[in-house]
Design a protein around this ligand. Structure first.
Ligand SMILES: C[S@@+](CC[C@H](N)C(=O)[O-])C[C@H]1O[C@@H](n2cnc3c(N)ncnc32)[C@H](O)[C@@H]1O
Length: 212
């Protein structure tokens, strides 16, 4: 799953992962983070998710990281915002009131690029990456977010039934990546209605990670 894979997906419009509406687990469980209004929420691998509109509407600030400039242009168009675009050495910064989106490879970003993070919301980000990349991703997220609390949505299913993304992430793997620095709380565990891509039955899990 290299950069080219994702650029192709966006260029061809093969973006079934894009929900087009607010994620219901976000809506129902965001309050578990107990964040004051005005807090800054980091969305790694954010695409053009409508969850950003929901967070802004609730009075939160948003910082996102996304490889595809096409996705980010569509994100701002969907928000009805005209961003200021600032060229940086390792990314392109799209900025408007209460929102900063860093267009580039998340692995090339530094903590100072991201700035303050009060919480992390990981939907279709950890699960978008193959196993070989996930430990590096988790470490990078810890570095960029400075162990801010996290909400993570994962899927559990028999990986041999379908190639990812999204990939299956067993509970033990969440522990492996984050248990040293976070308390790990299973908030929701439910059967995913209709399965994944109609190819396999799957369980959807919402994790709340609180810094130790
Ligand atoms: C499965 S999509 C999920 C998008 C979004 N989180 C959502 O819920 O709709 C994964 C996204 O990660 C982006 N991406 C993949 N690898 C990346 C990387 N190394 N750095 C930044 N973004 C990346 C892709 O372009 C894609 O938009």
């Amino acid at each position: 799953m290299d950069a080219e894979f994702w650029h192709q997906r966006w260029q061809k419009g093969e973006t079934a992962f894009h929900e087009g509406q607010v994620n219901r687990l976000l809506e129902q469980h965001f309050q578990a983070l107990n964040l004051p209004v005005g807090s800054r929420v980091f969305l790694p691998l954010c695409g053009k998710t409508r969850d950003i509109a929901w967070l802004l509407d609730k009075g939160y600030q948003v910082v996102g990281a996304e490889l595809s400039e096409l996705a980010v242009k569509e994100l701002f168009a969907g928000l009805g915002l005209t961003p200021v675009v600032i060229e940086k050495e390792n990314y392109r910064h799209y900025q408007a009131a209460q929102i900063d989106i860093l267009v580039g490879d998340i692995f090339q970003l530094r903590q100072a690029d991201i700035g303050r993070v009060d919480a992390i919301y990981d939907r279709a980000a950890l699960v978008a990456l193959p196993e070989i990349m996930r430990a590096d991703y988790a470490r990078q997220l810890i570095e960029l977010g400075q162990t801010a609390p996290q909400l993570i949505i994962t899927y559990e299913y028999a990986q041999h039934e379908m190639p990812g993304p999204p990939f299956a992430i067993p509970a033990a793997e969440v522990q492996q990546h984050y248990a040293l620095l976070y308390g790990i709380h299973e908030q929701v565990r439910q059967v995913l209605q209709g399965g994944l891509k109609g190819k396999t039955s799957a369980t959807e899990v919402l994790w709340l990670l609180t810094p130790l």
